[in-house]
Design a protein around this ligand. Structure first.
Ligand SMILES: [Zn+2]
Length: 147
């Protein structure tokens, strides 16, 4: 399972998450609260996710093997900003008062507005294809990992 630790994040991302989270708690005290669901993800785990629709297993437990619903990502090991240390991306979800996980679209849209007040961050909700609302990354992450 991917790390959920903020200490595995690039300092700029740790800063923006912490800042947006603090603002969220002030602005929306009764709304579900944002939390990190992924920071660093290993190459092995990335490849396992990539292979889900072609690994002859029922990865999502819906009784179907290698169906479309098992598709998670087009990124292989090293192609995701999560695969670097420190991690160059984070994913979030929201937790409601009962402890359940909440993926309501409007919460992501509102949280993204807070995150995007800081320059240099790209939100997966603005991706041209494969819109990914839980995902935030450093805009120039590919430049940072070029050797
Ligand atoms: Zn992500």
């Amino acid at each position: 399972m991917a790390s959920r630790s903020i200490s595995d994040l690039h300092p700029q991302l740790a800063y923006v998450f912490g800042k947006a989270e603090a603002e969220w708690l002030l602005l929306n005290p009764t709304a579900p609260k944002p939390f990190l669901t992924a920071t660093f993800r290993s190459n092995d785990e990335q490849n396992a996710l990539y292979n889900q629709p072609r690994d002859k297993k029922d990865n999502n437990g819906d009784g179907k093997i290698d169906d479309k619903a098992e598709f998670v990502t087009n990124a292989k090991a090293g192609q995701s900003p999560h695969n670097y240390q420190p991690a160059l991306a984070f994913d979030i979800a929201f937790r409601n008062a009962k402890g359940g996980t909440d993926y309501t679209v409007k919460w992501f849209d509102q949280f993204a507005k807070l995150v995007l007040k800081t320059p240099g961050i790209t939100w997966g909700g603005n991706f041209k294809s494969l819109i990914d609302r839980p995902h935030f990354e450093l805009t120039d992450w590919q430049k940072q990992v070029k050797k």
